[in-house]
Design a protein around this ligand. Structure first.
Ligand SMILES: [Mn+2]
Length: 359
């Protein structure tokens, strides 16, 4: 079984040009982000996002998830000799009351079930999601990488990490600009209960649709951020998630960078554990140096984790999911994003060949 090399593209980066870039870099599978910009753009912060739309089951908020749009996306990707492996992330706007246990929770669950059904109908096998209130928060960007490459680092300012989440905002994304106040503190018990109910409501639909739901760990893996508890911050929490609803459709988006930054955690051990359990839907392939909160995002060939050993382990398990580079340092060129990813993809292609020869 050959390991699959993929690339994630934000919605506004899903262009013919970028699909050709992917193919040229020997990519075979695409992970399409449901949202535009933000995380993949050098220098930008997710907190810059803003939505002025009110949630409504039937409006254009759901547009990107219509049968036509999903089918067109899949066709465009296939026309470029690539496969669409997964859609990544429900937008906060899609399901804020699922995350917050708010008044529209049941309606939003119903809309998500319909999205999952459409994704299955079009033939897309996986949806990655992030059951988190604060999301990725508290990062600063700067020339912290090798040779002055631009990377993210967690701020050391505790007040910023504790800053309460304003009402109408999740993951730093404003979905309701007119809201006032903050969401206050949310406990781990409350979050686990929300996740349990979410899985009970959507996993059966995902099973019927032939779609794997893949949970991304909380990045950074702090137990609490912005006064709200975070769920997936340790191996024990992965087990708890999987045990809440054992099913091939309740799986992990295995973010090696986040996992490697968890204190006391050995990535290789977890690859082995969750490949055995067939719980890894796909992999975010990223290296770090140090442990949270004092970790740095680095190039694949440096850092604490032997990334080639990881690939040998996936190959030995006959892992059939996709491996994508996660965020990677931006390089000092006219095209910082493309150069950084070309470096990561080239490294991965060579290491995959090596791993397959060894398997
Ligand atoms: Mn990730």
């Amino acid at each position: 079984m050959a390991l699959k090399l993929g690339l994630a593209l934000a919605r506004d980066m899903l262009t013919e040009e970028n699909l050709r870039f992917a193919r040229q870099a020997s990519v075979t599978h695409i992970v399409a982000h449901s949202a535009s910009a933000g995380i993949n753009s050098p220098g930008s912060k997710m907190s810059g996002w803003r939505r002025d739309l009110e949630w409504n089951k039937d409006t254009r908020i759901q547009e990107g998830w219509s049968l036509d749009r999903l089918a067109a996306l899949k066709r465009t990707i296939e026309d470029n000799d690539l496969e669409l492996a997964a859609i990544e992330n429900f937008d906060p706007l899609h399901w804020y009351d699922v995350l917050l246990d708010g008044p529209r929770r049941d309606d939003q669950v119903e809309a998500i079930v319909e999205m999952i059904e459409r994704v299955g109908e079009v033939g897309i096998p996986c949806i990655g999601y992030n059951f988190s209130l604060a999301g990725v928060w508290g990062r600063t960007v700067g020339p912290f990488g090798r040779g002055g490459a631009t990377t993210y680092r967690l701020v050391s300012d505790q007040a910023e990490l504790d800053r309460p989440i304003p009402s109408g905002q999740l993951w730093g994304v404003t979905y309701s600009p007119r809201s006032r106040g903050t969401i206050g503190s949310v406990t781990a018990d409350e979050m686990w209960d929300r996740l349990r109910r979410f899985l009970a409501d959507v996993v059966p639909a995902a099973e019927r649709a032939g779609v794997r739901l893949a949970a991304h760990p909380d990045d950074p893996p702090l137990p609490e951020l912005r006064g709200t508890a975070r769920l997936l911050t340790s191996p024990e929490s992965f087990d708890r998630l999987l045990d809440l609803y054992p099913s091939p459709s309740n799986a992990l988006e295995f973010c090696q960078g986040t996992i490697a930054s968890m204190p006391g955690v050995d990535v290789l051990e977890l690859i082995d554990r969750y490949c055995r359990r067939k719980a890894v839907a796909y992999v975010h392939f990223r290296n770090v140096r140090g442990k949270c909160p004092h970790h740095d995002e680095v190039f694949l060939d440096e850092g604490d984790v032997d990334m080639r050993a990881c690939l040998r382990l996936y190959a030995s398990h006959g892992f059939d999911g996709v491996l994508i580079p996660d965020h990677t340092p931006f390089m000092t060129t006219e095209a910082p994003w493309h150069t950084g990813f070309a470096f990561a993809l080239g490294y991965m292609r060579a290491a995959i060949s090596e791993a397959e020869e060894a398997a």
